[in-house]
Structure formats: C-alpha cells, structure tokens
Design a protein around this ligand. Structure first.
Ligand SMILES: CC(=O)SCCNC(=O)CCNC(=O)[C@H](O)C(C)(C)COP(=O)(O)OP(=O)(O)OC[C@H]1O[C@@H](n2cnc3c(N)ncnc32)[C@H](O)[C@@H]1OP(=O)(O)O
Length: 388
C-alpha cells in the first residue's frame, strides 16, 4: 500500500532568547503550539496525537518533562510520545510524527520540540567525564574543535572560511524576527577579532545557548485540502545513526550523514542536489560545520565545500542559500534546533519566510545532527505534493 502524502499546514515558533524568565517550560511549549494551530486555523480538538522531543533532561534538570506537558499541549485523552536523539531530536521528532501520518495511524499530528537552557548551563552540561578519556572537554565546542582542525588540514581551506559563515548567518538572522542574536553592528572584522574560545572556534563563530520551542502541524491529503495557506509537502525523510566512537569513524564526514542524505534524495528523486535543491537549513552550531556538512550532504565534492562558502554561493542571494534564517549559529535551543531547520525549510517552500525568503524556492532541505556526530535526521520539502 502506498504511503499517505504528508503536508505541513501550521508552523509556530517562540521568540528565541538567552533566557525566557517570563514562562515555565509548559508556557514555552504552549506558546509555540498555539502559534502553529493559529497558522493552520485549527483547534486542539483537531489534533489526533502529539509527538514531542527535546535533548537530554540534564539541560534543564527537569526529568521526563513530558509527564506534565500533556496538559499544556492538549494531549489529555490522546496519544503522546517523546523522542530523544540528542541534538538531532527536533528533526527526528518531526519524522516520527510524519511517519504516523504517512502510515495512516493518525490524520493530523502536532509535533513540537523545545529547550529552556537558561534553567541550566549547557556548556558544562555537555562536559561529561567519559570513562577512560582525559576529562579535558569543555562543552560541545571542546568536542568538535579538533574535528574542525582535521577538516582544515585535510581540505587546505583558508582560516577565514569560518568567519565568512558566521558573518553571513548573523546578517541573515537580522532578517528573522524569531532569531536569538540580532547583532546590528556585525562586521567581518568584528567576527575575526572576537575571542578564541575553542581553537579554531571564536566567540562569534559559535552558537549561543537559547530558550525556545518550535511546533508544526502535520496532516494528510484531506487535511491539506482544508488548509487556509499553502502547505509544504514532505518529499523524503530519513534518519541514520552510528556509534560516537569506532575504529575508522570519520568525524569530518560521518558515514551515517552521507547515507541519510542519499536516502532522502532517493525518495525525492534528486540526482544532483546542488542543482535540484533551492536552499538548505543545515545544523551548523560552529561556523566551520557549514563547509563540512556541504560535503557530507553531497552539495560539494570532498575538500571542496569551503569553496562554495568563499564564492558566496551559500549567501541569501547565492545559488544555494544556506541557513537563510540565521541558522543554529544565531539561535540554539538545542532540542528545538533540528525542528527549526525542518520548519524553516517548510516556510521557504510555502513562500512564508518573510524577509529571509528565497525567491521561488520549490525544494528545500532541513537537516539536523546530534550527539558526537552520531545521529542524523533530514527531510526534503517541496511546494508540490510528491505525486504531482
Ligand atoms: C548539537 C549541538 O547543538 S552542539 C552545540 C551545543 N551548544 C553549545 O555548545 C552552546 C555554545 N555556547 C555557549 O556555551 C555560550 O553561549 C558561550 C560560551 C558562547 C557564551 O557564554 P555566556 O556569555 O555565559 O552566555 P549567556 O547565555 O549567559 O549569554 C550572555 C549574553 O551573550 C549573548 N551571547 C551568547 N553567546 C553568544 C555568541 N556566541 N555570540 C554573540 N552573543 C552571544 C547572549 O544572547 C546574551 O545576551 P543578552 O544578555 O543580550 O541576551
């Protein structure tokens, strides 16, 4: 039996900031959910099931928050499910919800991902002492910096590439009212003069820690026909995992990421991603991950990703715009960040991305990764249904 086509008919985000002291976790998620319902012009009664995701509980110190969020998310008397795949969770949560629609288990599903990092300290939360290793890691930056160095050495990329990505993403964020960082005085010189945090990652080349939530309403063909605004259609979606450490693991271009992208392209009938995809929202928490993931996702050959960045191809008005919303580099409520990538891709093909809209975007990729580059989730959305 063929799968039911899946449409995104509602999207809601909170204002992403360093600390949302005015709301509880429940208040934060409800705000995003309400906005998604309003966008779809639906009520809580129209939702058949709720699928939520967030990164590890120790980010807020609230264990199993899903136990008390059922009420805030209108899930009393309905199925509710929590997904966890570290930083990629926002993407995999959306895919679990999409698969419930595709399999005709539910007609309309609310999916939501969140993080309220101000309740804790993500950098030190991510500095876990791993058995049998030197306890020298300071946060995710400490973990990923050596892999960036490996990429720089392998590709021969000039030192300026990371700053170019940061300068672009922070300028894009100025066009996105929901973005956390709005640095109106940003310049390339300012990025390059910012303090070195985790060599080679400077202060302006890292993501902030954010509070925020993102929600989407996913529905079937009948639901899409009733939608008040143009839907985004899922053309392909996939997840892949691999262990954090194993002999032969390539941290610069993990096999799981390559396989995940290849699966999505196969489902969507894409044979040349660089030419057939109009833009991408890629999970880039540290600026150098833009060229690294461009290669991992097949947009550039090995060692060539930085050339796209340097040539301006990934700028908002470039040939392959990347992180039009300002990306993770400007907003990182970790658990929500993957879903924000998926939602921003959907906004683009719905023509509703406002000032950071790419003219005529028809097919856009949403990407997320998490853990020690071990979980990947991606989807490709289009302006037309998959069978059109
Ligand atoms: C899979 C993954 O997602 S891996 C990535 C996981 N996330 C991380 O590793 C988080 C990395 N970032 C950090 O650890 C922190 O934001 C740091 C170290 C860069 C800065 O730490 P702090 O100065 O203590 O940040 P804090 O959250 O208190 O924010 C202080 C101010 O600086 C701003 N700020 C935080 N980071 C940045 C940044 N990188 N660039 C510019 N401004 C920033 C905040 O918005 C806030 O401003 P506001 O008071 O006007 O709202």
């Amino acid at each position: 039996m063929s799968k039911e086509p899946v449409a995104v008919v509602g999207i809601g985000q909170t204002q992403h900031v360093a600390a949302r002291r005015d709301v509880s976790l429940a208040g934060l998620v409800r705000e995003a959910a309400r906005r998604a319902l309003d966008d779809a012009e639906l009520t809580w009664a129209d939702i058949d099931a709720v699928v939520i995701g967030k990164a590890p509980d120790f980010f807020e110190g609230v264990m199993m928050p899903e136990l008390y969020l059922a009420d805030a998310l209108g899930a009393v008397g309905k199925p509710m499910l929590r997904v966890h795949t570290a930083g990629s969770v926002g993407g995999s949560t959306a895919l679990v919800a999409a698969n419930l629609v595709a399999a005709r288990v539910h007609g309309t599903v609310l999916t939501l991902a969140f993080e309220k990092q101000s309740e804790s300290n993500a950098m030190w939360g991510l500095s876990l002492p791993i058995p049998f290793q030197q306890p020298l890691l300071a946060g995710a930056g400490g973990f990923f910096a050596p892999h960036i160095r490996a990429y720089m050495r392998r590709s021969g990329a000039p030192e300026t590439i990371g700053a170019l990505v940061a300068y672009k993403d922070r300028r894009n964020a100025l066009k996105n009212p929901y973005a956390h960082l709005h640095e109106h005085d940003i310049t390339l010189d300012k990025v390059m003069a910012s303090p070195m945090l985790w060599d080679p990652v400077r202060y302006s080349e890292t993501c902030p820690s954010s509070d925020g939530a993102c929600a989407m309403i996913l529905t079937d063909r009948a639901g899409a026909a009733r939608a008040p605004r143009p839907p985004a259609w899922m053309l392909g979606g996939a997840m892949r995992s691999e262990p954090t450490l194993f002999a032969g693991k390539d941290f610069v271009s993990p096999q799981a990421g390559q396989d995940c992208a290849a699966d999505v392209y196969r489902q969507a009938g894409i044979t040349d991603p660089r030419r057939e995809i109009d833009g991408a929202e890629i999970y880039v928490p540290f600026s150098w991950y833009e060229p690294m993931w461009l290669e991992n996702l097949g947009f550039a050959g090995e060692g060539e990703g930085w050339k796209l960045t340097e040539a301006g191809v990934t700028e908002l008005d470039g040939d392959l715009p990347v992180n039009m919303s300002g990306g993770v580099l400007s907003t990182n409520p970790i658990g929500a960040s993957g879903m924000i990538r998926f939602a921003e891709a959907a906004l683009q093909v719905r023509g509703q991305a406002g000032e950071h809209q790419v003219d005529g975007a028809r097919r856009v990729l949403g990407h997320a990764y998490g853990g020690g580059s071990q979980f990947f989730s991606m989807w490709l959305v289009g302006a037309e249904p998959p069978d059109s």
